[in-house]
Design a protein around this ligand. Sequence first.
Ligand code: ADP
Ligand code: MG
Length: 356
Amino acid sequence: MTEPILSIRNAVKRYGSLHALDHVDLDVSEGEFLTLLGPSGSGKTTLLSAIAGFVGLATEQITLRSADITRAPLEYREFGMVFQGYALFPPMTVSDNVAFPFMVRKRPAAEIAERTQECLELVQMGGFTDGMPHQLSGGQQQRVALARAISFKPQVLLLDEPLSALDKKLHADLQWEFKSLHSQLGVTFIYVTHDQDEALSMSDRIVILKDGCIQQQRSSGDLHNSPRNSFVADFLGKSNYIDVDVTGRNVDILYCAAKDATFEVQAENVDEIGSKARLALRSERLRIDAPGVELLSATVKGVSYLGERCQVIVEDDGLGDLLISCTTLQTGITPTPGLEISIGWDTNACVVLVPE
Ligand code: ADP
Ligand code: MG
C-alpha cells in the first residue's frame, strides 16, 4: 500500500464517562472517497472534528503526509470543510463567500476573482455570483459551500452530512454531483453520513462506527456482501440469521447443520469443528424455486409488494422464519400465504459472523 495521506492512531475522546471515540485507528489513501457511516451518536462528527482540529483528543496521533499535525492549529491543516447547515456568511454575496478563504490568505485580487468564478462554475453556480445566500435554495447554498471548500485546493475535503437537510430528489442529484466532482478534482474526500444508501453509492471505502468504535472498514460491495458482525449486517440491509453447528471443513467450505438442514458455507474465519456459529444470509440472496440450489422446502407466511420488489416471509420447520426479497418478475411462481415452495441460496451467500 502506498503511504496514506492521512493517518489517525489511537484516537480517544471522552465526555465524562462517555466514549465518543474509543481507540480509533484510521488510514486514508490519497484521492480516496472515504465515508464514515454510523447511527446518530456513533462518533462520526467527533472524528471528523478531531481531524479538522476543532476537537482535541486525549490520546492520539494524526499525520498528514507523514508530518505530525496532532497539535497543529486549524489553519495549518488546510482542509476544506462542508457541513450539514449551509454555513454561508449571510451578509456576503455568493462570490464573496467563495472568495473568503483566499482573502484570509491575502492572495492577489485577480487570482481570487479567477478562482472564485472557476469554482462556482465547477458546482454549476457560475450565474449566481452577485446573489445573496438567502435568495438561494438549500441545494444551491450547499453547492456554494462546496465551491468555497474547494477554492483554495485543499489536500483533504471534510464533509459532515452535507446533504441531510435536502429533500430526497435534490439529495440524489447532489450525491451524483459530489461524486463526479470528486473524480474531477482527484481530492481526498472524508464524508460523513448516517444514510446507508448514500454511503454505498458514493464511497470507495466505508468505515462503520458504533459507540465510538470502528466495526468494519471495506469497500462498499464487500461490506454489503460480507458483514463482519450482526451490527454491520443489520445496519446495511435486511439479513436472516441462522445458528448452526459446524460439522466439518474442506479447504474454505464449511459444513453446517441447523436442525434437520445441512448445508455448505464458504468461510475462512471458523476453525473449530463442533463449534457453534451464527450465519447471516441477506434477504436478497435467498431464492425461490431456484434450480440447482434448492435446499429447503418452506411455507409462505406473508407477502408484501414494494413496486418491482416483493418481500416474502417463509417458515421452515428447522430454521424458523426467513425473509426473502426478490423481484416480482424473477420468481416463476406467485407466492401466496400457505403455498409450499422450495428455497435456496448459493454457497457464498452466507457469511459467518464474529460475536460482538
Ligand atoms: P454522530 O456525529 O455520529 O451523530 P457525535 O460525534 O456528534 O456523533 O457524538 C458522539 C457522542 O458524543 C454522542 O453520544 C454525543 O452525545 C457525544 N458528544 C458529542 N459532543 C459532545 C459535547 N460537546 N459534550 C458532551 N457530549 C458530546
Ligand atoms: Mg454528526
